[in-house]
Design a protein around this ligand. Structure first.
Ligand code: COA
Length: 186
């Protein structure tokens, strides 16, 4: 499976960013992302993890869309959108399970680009009504990003994760797809 998108900056010029499905030869770059300090802190990753864990992580899993953001050809971010094909009553739900930017590419729109691609997949192709995620309450840049794309905080889980020697809380955030038009209206 390969999907590619190209974004336009507000003045209409191409940003040089692409999203495509992850490939085995992206492994080293995805390891650099997963092992970086800000990703370690913002996710469930550990400071030191076996290479095989990441190798396994990027393998194909039915219903999970694993993608990289390329910035001028370099792997600049990694994301996973998880759906639930084996659970019929949960078919309308999906989860942003991972969104992470390479340490050399932060603050350049990579996180936005990955999230926008996942939202586009969810809203316009996968018939997802509820898109959800967990985020540590201290992760203000991620929360800002999610809120800018219509996610709202639904609740807070106390002591959800052990983070750098202390327990930390997590928000559950969700975004609901606007009602789709019928094709006659669209
Ligand atoms: C959260 C995370 C994914 C954000 O990624 P990012 O690529 O740095 O995010 P973006 O560049 O898209 O946006 C970050 C900021 O840069 C700004 N920005 C976006 N494009 C820009 C550009 N071309 N020039 C300057 N600034 C830009 C955004 O407005 C945003 O500003 P804000 O934080 O003040 O709102 C990243 O910090 C990360 O990998 N964190 C660790 C993993 C993690 O916590 N993931 C979330 C788990 S729930």
């Amino acid at each position: 499976m390969v999907f590619v998108t190209r974004n336009l900056s507000p003045d209409g010029a191409a940003t040089g960013m692409e999203i495509r499905s992850v490939r085995p030869d992206d492994l080293d770059a995805v390891i650099e992302i997963c092992q970086s300090d800000h990703v370690n802190r913002g996710t469930m990753r550990l400071p030191v993890e076996p290479r095989a864990w990441v190798e396994n992580r990027i393998k194909e899993v039915p219903g999970t869309y694993k993608m990289v953001a390329l910035r001028d050809g370099a792997v600049a971010g990694y994301g996973e959108l998880v759906t639930f094909p084996g659970v019929p009553r949960h078919w309308h739900c999906a989860e942003v399970d991972m969104i992470a930017t390479h340490p050399d590419h932060r603050g350049a729109g990579v996180g936005q680009e990955l999230l926008d691609r996942m939202i586009d997949m969810a809203d316009r192709w996968l018939q997802i009504r509820r898109l959800q995620l967990f985020v540590w309450t201290s992760n203000t840049s991620a929360i800002r990003l999610y809120e800018s794309r219509g996610f709202g905080i639904e609740g807070t889980m106390k002591d959800f994760v052990f983070l750098d020697g202390a327990y930390a809380d997590a928000h559950v955030m969700a975004r609901f797809r606007p009602a789709p038009p019928s094709q006659d209206e669209g």
